[in-house]
Design a protein around this ligand. Structure first.
Ligand SMILES: [Mn+2]
Length: 391
């Protein structure tokens, strides 16, 4: 039996609503992930992309990754294989990769021409690393001009690799992509900068493409899930948006010849969860007394017809780590549902509503009296002019 520990989407250096999550990432890696490694003693650790959150990473994030990799590879003697995700710079991640391979750290920053051998104590593994890629790269790699889209590139590359797999070998594919039908969240919406990854879009591939591999370890989707018997997402290290469920885990994969891989999800409790609280202003404040996790990272949606002055400061007196506050307009008499006045909904609001919201944010109070009249006139003058421009 070969035992692998599969993880992905660490997003080191991630900033959520101006809050750096690096301390939370360090905490969960040191207090949850590394102890799991000691408990499981895997033959190798797989990190399936989005290692960093940004192409140019903050120095603290680089230092953290360096520490964790040294701990795994040098101190514990466990080989690590990692690939670049759409958030990583493949070239930066793969710096020194041929040198590092000698120590047991295998990095794929770009798609490679052939699977490579990962040396394990019991039995070597034949592994192909498929980082997030552009079809143009695969077209150049295979010298095949018929490749024009993501799926064709993937089909050709996988077929090319499959032809190189000896029958008796144990084979693993490590990839960063969106499998059709996968459960996603706000965190994965943009697969590449400027490229909306819509449901059914070109960035998604069927799980059936991975036939022929003993196991395909995926990254990109942040919810742990198993699209097929031999295909699995480990999910992310932490919650990276309020739409993601809180339960995070690393996946133990046991590979035995002639059997389906056995997967075990080992939970990793974070230092802070991301939670959304909803209710009236007073209702939310009052709920603090009975809340045993007041230090969680919170998004608060409160119902109110008018903005509450100093709303963020007042919520933070009870809940110190409020990251987002959104006012929900109460239901209109005609039955129109309540709306959330938040950054994601900018286009749904009139200029006047946006101005009110901005002034509330900066001045902590609603505009009234003559100020409101001037604001109203200003907003309608601008909107009239804009409509004129559009005609
Ligand atoms: Mn990700």
């Amino acid at each position: 039996v070969i035992t692998l520990l599969h993880t992905s989407d660490w997003h080191l250096g991630r900033i959520l609503d101006q809050k750096s999550l690096l301390d939370d990432q360090r905490w969960v890696l040191q207090n949850r992930f590394l102890p799991l490694v000691d408990q499981v003693r895997p033959d190798a650790v797989l990190i399936a992309g989005d290692v960093y959150d940004r192409q140019v990473s903050p120095q603290d994030a680089i230092a953290l990754l360096n520490d964790v990799l040294q701990e795994l590879v040098l101190a514990k003697g466990i080989p690590v294989v990692m690939i670049a995700g759409n958030h990583d710079s493949g070239a930066r991640l793969a710096f020194g990769s041929d040198l590092l391979r000698l120590s047991g750290l295998y990095i794929a920053g770009r798609p490679c021409a052939s699977p490579f051998t990962v040396h394990l104590p019991k039995k070597d593994l034949l592994l192909a690393g498929l980082p997030y890629f552009d079809p143009v790269e695969v077209r150049a790699l295979l010298g095949d001009d018929s490749i024009t889209d993501h799926q064709a590139a993937l089909e050709k590359l996988l077929a090319h690799w499959r032809g190189q797999l000896p029958p008796a070998s144990t084979t693993v594919l490590l990839a960063h992509l969106f499998v059709q039908g996968g459960k996603s969240s706000e965190s994965e919406r943009i697969l590449a900068p400027g490229q909306e990854d819509e449901v059914g879009g070109a960035g998604q591939v069927p799980a059936s493409l991975f036939q022929g591999w003993d196991f395909t370890a995926l990254g990109h989707l942040h919810v742990p899930q198993q699209p097929a018997g031999r295909v699995s997402y480990s999910g992310s290290l932490l919650q990276y948006s309020f739409s993601e469920p809180a339960n995070k885990s690393a996946t133990v994969v046991e590979l035995e010849p002639g059997a389906l891989p056995r997967l075990t999800r080992l939970p990793m409790e974070p230092l802070h969860r991301l939670r959304t609280l909803r209710g009236t202003f007073d209702g939310v404040l009052d709920s603090a007394a009975a809340d045993s996790s007041r230090e969680d990272y919170l998004r608060i949606e409160y119902d109110s017809a008018v903005p509450v002055p100093f709303v963020m400061e007042r919520f933070r007196e009870r809940f110190p780590n409020v990251l987002e506050v959104v006012r929900r307009l109460p239901e209109a008499p005609d039955g129109t549902p309540a709306t959330v006045l938040g950054i994601g909904h900018v286009r749904e609001f009139s200029l006047r509503q946006l101005l009110d919201s901005f002034l509330q944010y900066t001045d902590h109070e609603a505009v009234s009296g003559e100020g409101a009249t001037i604001l109203g006139e200003l907003a309608s003058a601008v909107e009239t002019e804009r409509e004129g421009d559009l005609q």
